[in-house]
Design a protein around this ligand. Structure first.
Ligand SMILES: C[S@@+](CC[C@H](N)C(=O)[O-])C[C@H]1O[C@@H](n2cnc3c(N)ncnc32)[C@H](O)[C@@H]1O
Length: 197
């Protein structure tokens, strides 16, 4: 039977598609098997650029294979923790990123013990917020069905609920009927005209 719930990975991509244009620079904070990296590379086109982070070589190899099969080369794959974003990205990009996607957890089909962690995810999110351009968008997909995901939610929810006057933070398509539903948050930096007065 088909699940009545729309995959939040698809919803996240739709949101990002509306915020990103050809020529933009964007970040995939968790490359994994490269589905989001490929999507981002197509969105920004050959004049844009994608920086994709993952701590695992296996994930980056999987992402590289996917990109190669589509002949897409305007992507820099970084084997680094996304909490090192500020020192891994070119300094000139600060305040210029059009989008950053976080799809938390472990590599599907891979080693489950290598998973995103509450404190480093929080640092990476805070960095991405600082590096986002006005009007830019971060998507954060959190899975609470496993222990580390539950801890991530416990750290991220209070942060997302704090006042962030420069940002509009919204939970998208909540699915309270489900047990341990995945949670998708959109974090948009308000455009200049909204913050100017
Ligand atoms: C759910 S998968 C991402 C799926 C991916 N977005 C896709 O479209 O295929 C999560 C990935 O995050 C990676 N990861 C775990 N901790 C990380 C960290 N601190 N920094 C960057 N990536 C991390 C894992 O290795 C895993 O590949």
């Amino acid at each position: 039977m088909r699940s009545p719930f729309r995959p939040l990975t698809e919803v996240a991509q739709e949101l990002v598609a509306a915020a990103v244009q050809s020529g933009d620079t964007v970040v995939d904070a968790t490359a994994g098997n490269g589905h989001d990296t490929l999507f981002l590379a197509k969105q920004v086109g050959p004049d844009g650029h994608v920086f994709a982070f993952d701590v695992q070589q296996a994930a980056l190899e999987s992402t590289a294979r996917r990109l190669r099969s589509f002949g897409l080369g305007h992507v820099t794959l970084l084997q680094a923790d996304h909490c090192q974003m500020a020192t891994s990205l070119p300094a000139a990009l600060r305040g210029k990123l059009a989008a950053a996607m976080f799809n938390l957890g472990y590599l599907p089909g891979g080693e489950k013990s290598i998973t995103t962690q509450p404190n480093t995810t929080l640092i990476a999110l805070q960095t991405a917020m600082t590096w986002l351009r006005p009007g830019g968008l971060i998507t954060m997909l959190i899975y609470s069905g496993h222990a580390t995901g539950k801890s991530e939610l416990a750290v991220l929810l209070p942060f997302l609920g704090e006042p962030h006057p420069e940002f509009l933070i919204t939970e998208i398509d909540p699915q309270p009927e489900r047990q341990h539903p995945p949670r998708l948050f959109a974090i948009q930096r308000r455009p200049f005209e909204e913050t100017a007065h």
